[in-house]
Design a protein. Structure first.
Length: 178
């Protein structure tokens, strides 16, 4: 087995990426304070060809050297938009027909492995503040809450890890599990 060189990976250029069909997912970052988490979400979003990242509240925006450190250029390929209030982002997404999903531990949440996607639906995944989670008023606006099963002593994953887990799961269900 030989490790592939970057030039052998046959990756899209930013211009090519902008023209391809996207996975019908928008990630909403609800008051994320870590610039590394923000950058990681952009990079993961690029990897799964999501439509956009919506940055809300205290969440920093590109260009920013600390976001760039983990995004590695994904802020150029993935569309993004900033909202002062997360509610405005959610309302826009609702008006555009997205199913609003808070990734949060909540009463009556759906465990990720039990969530079924529909090829006709568009999804908005909301990830919340590293300590406080998704704001309750945003949970109240959501169609459902998804919860990632956990089996250790900690009660949460890092937001960039959560985004990776949930994006991969939905991507796989939308693209491969038909």
């Amino acid at each position: 087995m030989r490790k592939l060189k970057n030039e052998e990976l046959d990756r899209l250029s930013v211009a090519e990426y902008k023209t391809i069909d996207k996975t019908p997912i928008v990630v909403v970052l609800d008051n994320i304070r870590s610039l590394n988490n923000i950058g990681s979400v952009f990079r993961t979003g690029d990897g799964f060809c999501i439509e956009a990242v919506y940055l809300c509240g205290i969440t920093a925006t590109p260009p920013n050297k600390d976001i760039h450190k983990t995004a590695l250029g994904a802020t150029e390929s993935v569309n993004w938009k900033y909202f002062t209030e997360t509610e405005d982002a959610v309302n826009e997404l609702k008006q555009n027909g997205y199913k609003i999903i808070s990734v949060e531990q909540a009463e009556k949440s759906t465990s990720l492995e039990n969530f079924e996607t529909k090829s006709t639906e568009k999804y908005a995944l909301i990830f919340g503040h590293e300590v406080k989670g998704v704001a309750q008023k945003i949970v109240d606006m959501s169609d459902i809450c998804l919860e990632i099963p956990q089996f250790g002593t900690k009660h949460s994953f890092n937001i960039s890890v959560s985004a990776g887990i949930v994006l991969w799961d939905l991507f796989k269900k939308l693209k491969y599990d038909k």
